[in-house]
Write a new protein. Structure first.
Length: 147
C-alpha cells in the first residue's frame, strides 16, 4: 500500500514541485558521481556554471520557493533509489536554488560535543536560515556562498 500512497502524493503535487522532484532525483546521483570522480572543487566549479538570475524580488516569496525546493530535495533523498549524504544533498539544494537565482551558502561544521571519531556535516543556509539539516548541533567551521 505504501507505493499507492506515495503515487497518490506524487500525483497531488503541483506541476512545479514535480519538476523540482525530478530534477533532484536526477541531480543527486549525478552529483555523487562527480564528487567521486573529479572531487569537490571541480564539482562546485561545474555546477556554478549553471546558475541563474532571480525572478523575484520579494524576500518572503523567495523563502517560500527555497522551502519548496528544499522539500523536494529532501523527498528525493528519502524516497529515491540513490540515498545521498548531507554533502550531496547540500550541493544539489545549493545548485537548484542557484538555478532559480537564490543565493545560498553551503556550510560545513563539526559536532559541538567532541567524540573519538571525526564527524562532519554539511548544510545549506538561505537568508540566515538553515535548510535541510538541523545545524543547531554543529559548530560552523567554514562557509561558501560560491562553494
Amino acid at each position: 500500500m505504501r507505493i499507492g500512497k506515495n503515487l497518490a502524493q506524487l500525483l497531488a503535487l503541483p506541476a512545479e514541485d514535480v519538476r523540482l522532484l525530478y530534477a533532484a532525483l536526477l541531480m543527486l546521483p549525478v552529483t555523487g558521481v562527480l564528487l567521486r570522480t573529479v572531487g569537490y572543487n571541480r564539482t562546485v566549479k561545474l555546477l556554478s556554471q549553471f546558475r541563474g538570475r532571480s525572478f523575484c524580488s520579494d524576500p518572503v516569496m523567495e523563502m517560500i520557493l527555497a522551502q519548496r525546493v528544499t522539500r523536494m530535495v529532501s523527498v528525493a533523498s528519502r524516497h529515491g533509489l540513490y540515498r545521498p549524504g548531507c554533502l550531496r544533498q547540500s550541493l544539489v539544494l545549493w545548485w537548484m536554488l542557484g538555478r532559480r537565482g537564490l543565493s545560498a551558502e553551503i556550510r560545513f561544521g563539526v559536532p559541538k560535543v567532541s567524540s573519538d571519531k571525526f564527524v562532519g556535516h554539511a548544510w545549506v543556509e538561505y537568508q540566515g536560515s538553515s535548510l535541510i539539516a538541523p545545524a543547531a548541533m554543529f559548530r560552523a567551521r567554514s562557509n561558501c556562498s560560491e562553494p
